[in-house]
Ligand binder design. Structure first.
Ligand code: ADP
Ligand code: MG
Length: 264
């Protein structure tokens, strides 16, 4: 059975065209799926719907979102709260900017991990510091004791990503988490996401407009264009045998290195 199965899902904002039209996709446990596509194609709307956190005015008008066979579209707010954090976590695009400005990082970190499991303070701090190091942050003890305003934008973003990863959900949704980071740090963060799957079997859905990242990381890739999922298939199908002209265009935009666009 799929861990997540989205069936024929349509999502609208007030009096607009659908932001997501009749989208279907399935994700098995332990898979990494990337969703790519131009800005405004509905990627963020789709993954926010999985978490039951659409922006005001957003509504699922048709379809099902089955998580472990349970339809989240019909779930109550209480049921969704139980699922959020514990089973499904999300790293928002601006996760760094969304940190609570009046609480130290250590406190927020503790809360993020505590949703999942009760740990002694020293243990979660150890885990947090280790994850922050893997995000290429230095002086991690100081970072833990800082308030958000004491950190740069890139540092905050990496703290937010680390918090999402440390929560060890079954399903991790990540919305362009690395777009604002330097290329080398971006590569490291993406590598750590892959590690998360290797170590804990975490299922990951990543929204990215970087085809190189999608190719490196994913088992499956979904391509969105103007609210529709125009193509969804295995990584190799999409990278080497794309059917849609739109997918071909995205792939051709990736620069070649040594005669090749993508490593095997
Ligand atoms: P993407 O993440 O692929 O850039 P989005 O899901 O953010 O796309 O947006 C899909 C469509 O929904 C766009 O047409 C966008 O203008 C619209 N949209 C997104 N968020 C809102 C919102 N909060 N209110 C109204 N329309 C929105
Ligand atoms: Mg988006």
């Amino acid at each position: 059975m799929s861990l997540l199965e989205i069936k024929n899902c349509t999502i609208c904002y007030q009096n607009g065209r659908p932001a997501v039209s009749e989208v279907s996709l399935s994700v098995s446990e332990g898979e990494i799926v990337s969703i790519v596509g131009e800005s405004g194609s509905g990627k963020t709307t789709l993954i926010r719907a999985v978490l039951g956190l659409l922006p005001p005015g957003g509504k699922i008008t048709e379809g099902q979102i089955l998580f472990n066979g349970k339809d989240l579209v019909k779930a109550s707010e209480q049921e969704m709260q139980d699922i959020r954090g514990r089973e499904i976590a999300m790293i928002f695009q601006d996760v760094g900017a969304a940190l609570d400005p009046i609480q130290r990082i250590s406190r927020q970190y503790g809360e993020a991990i505590a949703v999942h499991e009760k740990l002694p303070r020293q243990e979660y701090r150890k885990r947090a510091v280790s994850m922050l190091k893997r995000m290429h942050l230095t002086d991690t003890e100081r970072v833990m004791d800082s308030y958000p305003f004491e950190l740069s934008g890139g540092m905050k973003q990496r703290v937010g990503i680390a918090m999402g990863m440390n929560a060890q959900p079954k399903l991790l949704l990540a919305d362009e988490p690395t777009s604002a980071l330097d290329v080398t740090i971006q590569a490291q963060v993406v590598h750590e996401m892959k590690q998360l799957r290797e170590k804990y079997g975490t299922t990951i859905i990543l929204v990215t407009h970087n085809m190189g990242v999608a190719s490196y990381l994913s088992d499956k890739i979904g391509v969105m264009c103007q609210s529709r999922m125009v193509e969804f298939g295995s990584r190799d199908e999409i990278i080497y045998h794309p059917k849609e002209p739109y997918t071909q265009k995205l792939l051709e935009a990736v620069p070649k290195l040594g005669g090749r666009r993508f490593a095997k």
